[in-house]
Every structure is written in C-alpha cells, then in structure tokens.
Design a protein around this ligand. Sequence first.
Ligand code: AMP
Ligand code: ZN
Length: 663
Amino acid sequence: MDVKNQIEQLRNELNQHNYNYYVLDNPIISDYEFDQKLKELQLLENQHPEFFDSNSPTVRVGGTITKNFNTITHEFRMYSLDNSYSKEDLEEWEKRIIKLSGSQNLSFTCELKYDGASVDLLYEKGKLTQATTRGDGFQGDEITANVRTIKSVPLVLQNDFPERFHIRGEIILPKKGFEEMNKERIEAGEDPYMNPRNTASGSLKLQDTSEVAKRPLDCLLYALVGSVNIKTQYEGLEKARSWGFKVPKESKLCHSTDEVMDFINYWDVHRHDLPYEIDGVVVKVNDIALQEELGYTSKSPRWAMAYKFKAEQATTTLESISYQVGRTGAITPVANLTPVLLAGTIVKRASLHNADQIEKLDIRVGDTVFVEKGGEIIPKIVGVALDKRPSGSMITTYISHCPECQSELIRNEGEAQHYCPNVEGCPPQITGRIQHYISRKAMDIEGLGGETIELLFRSKLIENYADLYELTVSKLLPLERMASKSAENIIKGIEKSKEVPFERVLFALGIRYVGETVAKKLARHYKTIDNLEKTTLEELMQVDEIGVRIAESVVQFFDNEQNKNIVKRLKSYNLQFSLSEESIANQTEKLKGFTFVVSGVFHLHSRDELKNIIEQNGGKVGSSISSKTSYVIVGDNMGPSKKQKAESLGIPMISEEDFIKMV
Ligand code: AMP
Ligand code: ZN
C-alpha cells in the first residue's frame, strides 16, 4: 500500500474509533491500541508533510497557538430563547402557537437545555471548516482550532450529509470531568473552578490548543441551519445523529401540551441523574414550515420557548459555623446545617466563602436558611428567613484567631480571605504541605495517603516532608492499624521518590504559585537547585513567563531558614536536585542571544517541541514579533498580519527545516 493510502486508512480508522468512544460511548479497541495507531499516523504525517490535513485525528491533541481570535459575522444570526419560568406561562405560549397555526394537533420537540457555551459549526463537503462562538448573536469569535480538539465533534462526517450546512450546539463540561479538573487544581494548591458552564466557555478562548485538548469537553448538538432539506426539528436531530454528531437521545417528540408537561416534570426531578448539567427544557415547534411562518422577534424565535428550572432550594437550620484552614493558611468558613435532602443528595455543609459573605447575609447560628444547588457543585446559602429568627440570636463575629493554632489572623489589603500567618507551626498547613508533596503530580509516593500523613504527624513522626526520609519500618509498626506489609510499602514508596525528576521535586516543594508548568520552566532555566537558591528577584523576572508574583514567592521561599534547612536535608537524602544528564546533554548554547517566535502549524515537531529545542539550546522564545525578535520560524497557516509585521521589521523568516539545520 502506498503511504497516502496508509495515512487515509489510519485516519478513517481513528475517526471511527473516536466516534465509537466519544459519541456512542462504546469503544471496541483498548486505549493502548488507539494510542499506538495514533502514534503511527503521527509518524507518517511527520515524514510526509505533503499529506497534511487540518481534519486529521492527530489535530485533536492540539499544539497550535491562537493569539487573536478572528471575528466572524454569522451567516445566520444566533438568536436567544424566550424564557418561561412557570408552567402557566409555557401553556399560554403553546395555546397561542396552536391558535396561530390553526391546527389542533401540533407537535413539539422537547429537548434538554444544556448548560454550556453555544457554538456554530460549519461543515463543507463533510468536513469541519469553521467553529464560531455565539458572541452577540450577530458576530462571534472563530475558535475552529480549539473545537477540533473536542473529541465528540466529528471532523469528518458519515453517511448522506448535505454539501454545506451549519449545525449548532452547546459545548459543555460533564460533571465528572469538571470534578476531576477541580481535584487536580486543589492538589496543585490552586483555587477550584466555580462551575462547569463558565469553565467550558473559558476553555474555548484558551490560546494554546493543547490546553483545550486536555480538558474533558463535550459538544451536544441541537439545531441544523442552512440548506438541509428537513421537514421537522425531530427529523433534523435524527439526521444529525446519523452523520456522526452527538445528539442526546433524551429529546422527545410530543403531540400534546400534556406530554410536554410530562417531559418537563420528569426532567425537573431526574436532571441530577444526567452526566452533565441542564438548566431547563427547550420546547420547539416541530414543523419547520410552521417555524418559518412564525418567524422571529428582535431577539428570539417565536417557535421556541425555554422553560427554566428553578434552582433547587431547601430550607434548613444553621447549627454552627466552623472554620477550615487550607495548605496556604487561607481560612474558609463552613456552615454546618441540619441535614436536608437537596437535588438528590443529603446536604450537611455549605460554603460561606469569607467574612464579607457572612456579613452580607447577616447569618446567625439558629437561623432558618435557604440552601441552593445551582450551577455550582458545592451548595450555597442564598438567604435567611428573618421572620423565623429565634429571639436573642447573636450576630456572627468572624474569628480573629486561627482555630487550629490560635495565631492572630491577617487579612491583606484588597483580599477577601483571612490567613493564618503561622506557616511553620499551624497543623493543617503543615500536613497540607506534606500531602501536596506526596500527591500524584508531585512525588507520587505510593502507599502513602492523606490520612496516613495526618496520623504520622499526630504521632510526632513527621513535621515536614524531609522527615519522611527518616522513617523506618520499625518506627511505623507501632501505629494504629499499621500492618507490616503496608509499613514496608510506605518505606519502599518513599525510597523510590528519590528518583523523581528535578522539575517534579521542585513542584512538590509547594512554593506558592509554582505549579507544574512554572516548576518545569524554572528547572529548565536554572538546571540545579543551587542555582535557583542563589538567584535574585531581577534574574527570576528575566525568565520567560515568570512574573513578579511568582518571582517574589520563590525568593521568599529560599530566604526562609526553615525551608533552607529542609532543602539541605532533602539534598542529603540524594533527591534529584538537578536536571538529568540526558536533558543536560541535549543542551547547548548554540542559540544564545537569539529570540525566536514560532508561528503556524508544523510537520516535523509540535510547537512545544520546537520551543523545547530553542530553550535547550540556549535561545529564548518570544510570544510576539517585535524588533527584539531574531527569527520567526514559520509553519503553515501563519496569520497574514504576523507576516506583515515580520516583513516590515525586516525579521528573517525561516522554515522548520532551516531551524533544525541551525542546531
Ligand atoms: P439563553 O442563553 O437563556 O438566552 O438561552 C439560549 C441558549 O440556550 C442558546 O444560545 C443555546 O446556547 C442554549 N441551548 C441549550 N440547549 C439548547 C437546545 N436544546 N436548543 C436550543 N438552545 C439550547
Ligand atoms: Zn493556624
């Protein structure tokens, strides 16, 4: 078989597997086999750039950067929906439509109202050619490269699709994926995202497509637009599904207003069983000819109506307020409630966010409160029933001292959160740091978990993460419920962590604002911990993408006596405190003094790889073209404005191949 056919066949196969997995939820090969095939394709494509295709399954992993999102004028306006909040309103609307149509037996398509960000996809000759955000309904942003990374969006269609059409849908983050993203953020010491909807819509405007690719986004479709010969909305949904789109099966064709109401009532109760969030139901006149007759108001179609669910509320009593201390010392007030059933789960606690929130609600122990579960996963208190307030209740005064170590709390100018400043002596801060140290993305110490850390701390066996390396099986055995097998595993796991590479050790130290990516940057730049310890604020800020906030935090960390001591001890246990021989061996100074801007799509290396090579060889990576740029490495589809800029500044533009020759 010639290479071209081989590439074609792999692409078809991978598209099909992708469809099985992400649309049908029914994979027929293992993830491993899939990855192998993808790698095979990637290799062939790298060797044969002449067969490049922007809809190859390899684009799903991302790797391009979008600096500015182009504005696109919608070919067909993206309307809003009229909302109804009561069943009476909705029935009114249906009656009106029935009367207008002059027909007694109208049918409606009832769909779930997916809570995400709307998107318009354009398909030409069966291939995705453009994706646009809704924007103001007239114009939106082009986000094609980002949308191509969403696995359930078909890049190539199946069966008998129209030549050219638009399809609309909602980009969402399923609940599970959202919770996993938040778990990782919390592990990394970052604030969790508030809700799936905002996170989904924020993801669409990320500049780095590989970042988008990492997010578990999904795309649910609900409307065909343009020349697509369909008679009814319901038929449209079925057709779209047959072309390979993910169209939820919950939609229902209803032949009476009673049926519509049943659909709404059912989903009002069962929405929590869905893998994604919905905020209501959309009822649409099924007949397309009638839709056209009914037309639009200045903002929405007359043939459709959204019914918005009420955020579910429950009434309960505030029993007490407790205060949690995080790894960074931040204090979070938590409401302890009389347990109450809300949205299918028993709620006992709700976040109160901070002192301002408590003051705003004027919430007091003994109050009857309203709890709500909106888009947010954690329930929140939205109000107090003042008429039910018991007489003699006391105004809540925020704590002034840490509940764990009694230090006086501080609150920085302009910040909402109170902090416990006792970084070194406050127990939850101590255990929090050790828990971060052992976590999966940091040292990933097998056999050790968060609870064991607390047990070890309470038993006075450890006070910081360096102490882990002094543990022995015989020290562990006397602990409650500690079997000799688990003790051995813990010691083995700790021993093995001495092989964890430098960049992860750096991340594990838990320096504020030094997440995974920053740790990598610093490791690559400084190469050893000794260099990093000696650095200055000014030097740090010279490092690509290191701002003043991170720089200050790093300097402060290494200025601290206790930290100095811990790092010294870690060194004595032979942890990896310099880049590996291998990565250093690949480093040269060949590109020293040169700044490169990488622009476009490449065949031999991904953008990240190119940047890596530049940095490995002592060069600098610039983010935009300026007079300081030495070379622009040009790939396919470089934006015309960039090209103009490089030309006007007289900056040489070189190909990927030219660049590889340089090194
Ligand atoms: P609103 O933002 O409240 O005006 O509601 C309109 C939005 O609902 C549309 O822009 C869509 O993004 C979204 N939506 C979610 N599910 C559907 C659906 N099944 N049909 C139409 N629109 C939907
Ligand atoms: Zn404290």
